[in-house]
Design a protein around this ligand. Structure first.
Ligand code: KE4
Length: 430
């Protein structure tokens, strides 16, 4: 039995499912999860010293790769000063300032400890600010494990085949309205019918939790129109896309400005973090400046802020020197190589991509909604995932996630991945 298997056996004695987050369990792809010992650049090593080219990047945060020297250097300085004070620090102000300067729709921002906390707090704020109860979310979008959003959530919930979660009360889910992603007509009809009762619409401006699904022309603009017309707030969940699609996130990329934005992942440089922000007038409703309560012992933790600030400094440099453009074209090269393989093999699987994000769906035709994504052949994905793992390529262990290319991926990595993709597809279709 290898070390990962031994540790998984041990872990199952003390941790539910042997993991601290469901999707890591490999339940959706069979076999045992890998226990990771270390990461460096675009590589990770498991506890049996197997090396992998990493396209998960800790589910998005590590756009600058693992153990970036600059991030580690700044953390080492911070460690020596202490790990947490539960009091204001200069570093959290510096990071807040960078976020505000990077994203025009954010005039004020509050730090929390996870993406879930960010979306949960943004929802409470929207309800407190509008004095309304209803919230609209979209099928296949995942906004963390907030009761109000675990209504056919994406990510883990779909992967585990449990679209609704036990423990979410009728009372809670009755205030959540679920619509198909990319369906502009449905949202218009809903608002004509009950727009005045809706506190907020929350959306992943680029959906990364049903596999990658891009907004159709006019969809985000429609959300902006109807929410403005009826006094509801538009919340962009940019936990994945924030600083992934460029410093301005998806809202800059698509030119649609929300009222509130949720962030996470990249802004913590791999340490636990989340944030939500928006217009002053709305954010000042948050305690202690306003009546909407939200708090956290480790919010603005100096180590997470230090790692986040270092990441932002690195990303500002990338933005200036065209790094994001290079990253997008490197990802396009990967996607073109994959599509070339599919043509040569006579396969017509669909690949969605934007910036440094990509997903290959084991289905043909456009994948523009949760329903489309669910047409994917999960059994084939499982074989593909295991085959790529044997090739030393670490993909997300779920058909309903997104692949991430980091600034540390190079041409050779892309070339190797394209060749491995060809070999594995040939094998599983033999
Ligand atoms: P966290 O609470 O996991 O930090 O963030 C929740 C969240 C919110 N919004 C979006 C768009 C997200 O993608 C996430 C979390 N993403 C998943 C995978 N895509 C995290 C992986 C996991 O659940 O282990």
């Amino acid at each position: 039995m290898n070390r990962s298997a031994e540790l998984f056996k041990e872990a199952n004695k003390y941790i539910p499912g042997g993991v601290n987050s469901p999707v890591r369990s490999f339940k959706a792809v069979g076999g045992q999860p890998l226990f990771i010992a270390k990461g460096k650049g675009n590589r990770i090593w498991d506890v049996d010293n197997n090396e992998y080219l990493d396209y998960v990047g800790s589910w998005g945060p590590l756009i600058m790769g693992h153990a970036h020297p600059y991030v580690l250097e700044k953390l080492e300085e911070a460690f020596s000063l202490g790990t947490s004070f539960g009091a204001p620090t200069e570093v959290e102000v510096l990071l807040a300032k960078k976020i505000v300067n990077a994203i025009p729709s954010i005039e004020k921002v509050r730090m929390v400890n996870s993406g879930t906390e960010a979306t949960m707090s943004a929802l409470r704020l929207a309800r407190g600010y509008t004095q309304r109860d209803k919230v609209v979310k979209f099928e296949g979008c995942y906004h963390g494990h907030v009761d109000s959003f675990l209504v056919k959530a994406g990510s883990g919930a779909i992967t585990l085949g449990v679209p609704d979660s036990p423990g979410v009360t009728e009372g809670t889910s009755k205030d959540t309205i679920l619509l198909p992603y990319n369906d502009s007509l449905a949202i218009r009809e809903l608002f004509e019918e009950q727009g005045e009762t809706i506190a907020a619409v929350i959306v992943e401006p680029v959906a990364g939790n049903m596999g990658l699904v891009l907004p159709k022309e006019g969809f985000l603009e429609t959300l902006r129109d109807v929410t403005s017309a009826y006094g509801a707030l538009l919340i962009f969940d940019e936990v994945i896309t924030g600083f992934r699609l460029g410093l301005g996130g998806a809202q800059k990329y698509y030119g649609v400005s929300p009222d509130l934005t949720c962030l996470g992942k990249i802004i913590g440089g791999g340490l636990p973090v989340g944030a939500y922000g928006g217009k002053k007038e709305i954010m000042d409703q948050i305690a202690p400046s306003g009546p909407v309560y939200q708090a956290g012992t480790l919010s603005g933790n100096p180590l997470a802020m230090t790692a986040g600030l270092a990441m932002m400094e690195l990303l500002e440099r990338e933005q200036v020197n065209g790094g994001y453009k290079r990253l997008a074209s490197l990802t396009q090269k990967l996607v073109d190589g994959f599509n070339n393989n599919l043509d040569n093999l006579g396969l017509n699987y669909t690949i969605n991509s934007v910036g440094s994000m990509f997903t290959m769906f084991f289905t043909d035709g456009a994948v523009e909604s949760f329903e489309d994504a669910m047409r994917g052949n999960v059994a084939l994905f499982e074989k593909y995932f295991q085959g790529m793992l044997k090739e030393g390529i670490y993909l997300a262990p779920s058909a309903f996630e997104t692949g991430f290319v980091s600034f540390l991926h190079g041409e050779e990595d892309i070339q190797y991945t394209i060749e491995a993709h060809y070999r594995v597809l040939t094998e599983i279709h033999a």
